[in-house]
Design a binder for this molecule. Structure first.
Ligand SMILES: [Zn+2]
Length: 410
């Protein structure tokens, strides 16, 4: 499966992937997915957002257990973010059959469309559309960098955008969703003593417990435009000075309060090399395990900014997304050695969990923690541990039988 996927949407220069929704590359990935499902005798159906579901058994008689992830990527993304979950889900079907296990409830393999939002700017668009979290009209009107709307992209892909929308029927078929994903940090690669350990099999796979609270804030710093050569230092009102303080404060308060904060985008007016900045607009992204810590860090940064006359406006805030407690407990019972891990990244499993679909995640160790980059990686042995863990989970959830003994996948 990896050999088939490897060339699709790969940039020959960087080695990174550009797999954007409803492009030719996306079409090739969808064809590949449908082919893999067909080869396994799974019935492929598409919901009203274009997410693909391959079913073993009929989910209209009894809701089923679903595994899978997404195949699209960020610009210049890595090979594993998304595809690891889809490949592992298909490999899990193979593993069940090799062991002669027939699920008592339908088993689904899903490929969520447009998870990264790289083309139309909204992450998890496929799951947000079917849950209604993203309004159908708004989705159809979203445009890409070339001004092409999602509705036009659908038409070019031979689809009718009028059919796009919330899909309760597709969601009713899902009794539980488990998304396996490459870890996008280093928690599993760092041993308890603080050093790197990539060999401990007990740290190859973690169980996701929740998605950290996260938000975005816009900070507007005022200044006064003037000549960079003739204005005395004492007479200047330089908006950039406030930004310097904001960037430093974001870092030091995040470290002090145990969260993460990033100023990754700024807009400088007038933006001339020889002009004193009259206005700087900066965006702060902050996330963390504890809502209070994130809030406290942002408040502290905003207070520092206020000393420069700046105003801070909240653009978005998502509280903690907790995965289904009962499902997480079951996963922990099936994989007792697996660490429990919260994550700072968003996922379709989080969107489904927020909508009330019992959902959880498994994370596979990432040796460097690098993600959203061509150098993202995962070890072959760890990927196998992931498949075995997913197989144990699916066996227990879909047959009620005890999972394979943990020793088998060591
Ligand atoms: Zn992903």
């Amino acid at each position: 499966m990896w050999a088939d996927l490897e060339p699709i949407g790969r940039d020959p220069g960087t080695g990174g992937y550009r797999r954007f929704a409803w492009t030719r590359t996306d079409h090739d990935l969808r064809e590949w997915f449908a082919g893999e499902c067909a080869a396994r005798g799974l019935d492929v159906v598409e919901d009203r957002a274009g997410n693909q579901w391959g079913w073993w058994g009929d989910p209209d008689t009894t809701p089923g257990v679903v595994v899978g992830s997404h195949l699209d990527s960020v610009p210049d993304g890595g090979a594993f973010d998304g595809p690891l979950g889809v490949v592992s889900a298909l490999a899990t079907v193979d593993a069940l059959r090799a062991r002669g296990i027939e699920p008592d409830v339908p088993l689904g393999v899903v490929n969520f469309v447009d998870e990264e939002g790289a083309r139309f700017g909204i992450a998890c668009a496929g799951s947000r559309i079917i849950t209604g979290a993203l309004d159908a009209d708004r989705a159809r009107g979203l445009t890409d960098a070339d001004g092409v709307s999602m509705a036009e992209a659908w038409r070019s892909a031979g689809r009718d955008p009028a059919t796009l929308g919330r899909d309760d029927e597709a969601l009713r078929r899902v009794a539980a969703f488990v998304e396996l994903h490459v870890e996008q940090g280093k928690a599993l690669a760092v041993a308890t003593d603080g050093g790197d350990d990539l060999t401990d099999p007990a740290r190859a796979v973690a169980i996701g417990t929740d998605i950290w609270p996260h938000g975005r804030w816009r900070i507007d710093l005022p200044g006064e435009a003037n000549h960079a050569g003739t204005t005395r230092m004492a007479d200047r009102r330089d908006a950039m000075l406030g930004l310097a303080t904001v960037v430093q404060a974001a870092r030091s308060y995040a470290v002090a309060l145990g969260c993460v904060a990033t100023v990754g985008k700024v807009h400088v007016v007038p933006g001339g090399v020889n002009a004193i900045p009259s206005h700087v607009r900066a965006w702060l992204d902050a996330r963390g395990e504890r809502e209070e810590a994130v809030r406290a860090a942002v408040d502290a940064v905003s207070e520092e900014a206020a000393r420069f006359g700046a105003t801070t406006a909240e653009e978005s805030w998502t509280p903690t997304t907790t995965f289904d407690t009962g499902l997480v407990e079951r996963l922990h019972g099936i994989l007792p050695d697996a660490p429990l891990l919260g994550t700072g990244a968003g996922h379709d499993a989080g969107v489904l969990a927020t909508h009330g679909v019992p959902s959880a995640m498994l994370f596979v160790r990432n040796p460097t923690g690098v993600s959203h980059s061509p150098s993202e990686s995962a070890g072959v042995a760890d990927c196998h541990h992931g498949v075995m863990a997913l197989t144990a989970v699916v066996t227990a959830l879909s047959t009620g039988k005890a999972a394979e003994p943990a020793g088998e996948h060591r």
